[in-house]
Design a protein around this ligand. Structure first.
Ligand code: AMP
Length: 395
């Protein structure tokens, strides 16, 4: 039994055939630069290696047909498909869990596009193309926001006029929910404890970065907010900042709302601070060589990270585990060391050697809470949710 996991953006489609039991990815494919002039290539990867072929199509529909064609070239694998799972960034307040896609669900995703104009329209193009190409299979939407729908109102409301919440949906939604949910579950397995008994902070540190406070398997607070721009410092995103900065830049700097938005999303974060790159591997090496911008970028990143971990720790009476995941969280011993060095007041102590080797458990024996490094696997979560809903195992 296999699932096709799809991540469709406004100009790209990424697909993977995943075994929901083992988590093994049997085959993957991606297409980029859709909507632009060709040539476009479908790049496939499986046991036999990587190969690329030119496609005639330049839109989602055509690209998806090429994906199906490539899949059908491996009939044994194609026959085992039981469902298609689609990653969807924003489900608004409509979705507390993954959902079987029908016309109503498509409409709700379309309504939520007002909250995620950069993401949901691309997801919808992919969903429509995939449903058209594979009408016989059930399709499931797996939302980045759904896991955080359990936040209590005092955690999801901003202290702004109530009418903004009622009329414009201004509230904290939170993102990376599929990753936070997966690593929290995996951490409870690794700790040999029931999720219901655990208070965890999960740190998804990739190009985008967010934390979640998870109590008994439910998200009760998170750092990303109305959009994925809030909270931690990220690769090119600023994370939280005084909103008055925006008005100052408009009034004094003469910048347009569009220019400020672009700068906060694409030219800030580690990249903006260092003036070099958003890549922590390069920043670590340059900082070591004495590059002041690289050093500052990593310091601001780790200061903000520790500060938010401290803030989220107030959600619980005790913290059982801190879990690092995604590109930076899984690989940067330096970031973990710099952040945890600031968390002595929470009783967190790292074992430097285990941390340096990226081991799964990296806390020292005297640490008051476990510290873990857990590779994330969003595709596996998408595959498992899709299997359950496709087979009617979940209402
Ligand atoms: P992701 O979005 O999860 O793919 O994470 C991407 C980011 O992870 C990159 O921009 C790098 O900054 C970071 N990264 C990946 N590998 C390493 C590594 N070996 N050491 C430090 N950072 C890494």
């Amino acid at each position: 039994m296999l699932i096709l996991a799809v991540n469709s953006g406004s100009s790209s489609i990424k697909c993977a055939v995943v075994d929901p039991d083992s988590g093994e990815t049997r085959w993957s494919a991606f297409v980029e630069n859709l909507g632009t002039r060709g040539p476009h290539h479908l790049v496939e990867r499986d046991q036999a290696g990587k190969r690329s072929r030119e496609m005639g199509a330049s839109d989602h529909q055509g690209a998806f047909e090429s994906v199906i064609c490539a899949l059908n070239a491996q009939p044994e694998m194609a026959r085992e498909l039981v469902g298609v799972g689609h990653r969807v960034v924003h489900g608004g307040e409509s979705f507390h869990s993954s959902a079987l896609i029908d016309a109503e669900v498509e409409q709700a995703i379309e309504r939520a596009a007002a909250l995620a104009p950069l993401h949901n329209p691309g997801h919808l193009l992919g969903i429509r193309a995939a449903r058209h190409a594979l009408p016989e299979l059930p399709h499931v939407a797996v939302f980045d926001t759904a896991f955080h729908q359990t936040l209590p109102e005092f955690a999801f409301r901003y202290a702004v006029p109530e009418a903004w919440y009622k009329e414009y949906g201004i509230r904290r939604y939170g993102f990376h929910g599929t990753s936070h949910r997966y690593v929290a579950h995996r951490a409870s397995e690794l700790l040999g404890r029931e999720p219901a008994d655990l208070n965890l902070i999960t740190a998804h540190l990739g190009n985008g970065c967010s934390l979640a406070a998870i109590q008994g398997g439910r998200s009760i607070d998170t750092t990303m907010g109305f959009t994925p721009l809030d909270g931690l410092v990220m690769g090119t995103r600023s994370g939280d900042l005084d909103p008055a900065i925006v008005f100052h830049l408009m009034e004094r700097g003469g910048l347009s709302a569009q220019e400020i938005e672009t700068a906060l999303i694409h030219k800030s974060g580690l990249f903006g601070l260092s003036g070099l790159t958003s890549d922590v591997r390069i920043l670590s090496a340059r900082s070591e060589e004495g590059h002041s911008g690289a050093k500052l970028a990593l310091e601001v990143f780790c200061h903000r990270l520790a500060k938010h971990i401290g803030a989220l720790a107030t959600s619980f009476g005790r913290l059982d585990g801190l879990v690092f995941t995604a590109g930076i969280g899984e690989n940067s011993a330096l970031v973990r060391r710099m952040a945890c060095a600031r968390l002595g007041s929470l009783g967190i102590v790292l074992d430097d050697e285990k941390n340096g080797r990226n081991e799964t458990r990296i806390d020292a024996p005297e640490s008051k809470s476990a510290v873990l490094v857990v590779p994330t696997n969003e595709e596996l979560m998408i595959a498992r949710d899709t299997r359950e809903l496709a087979l009617g195992l979940r209402p």
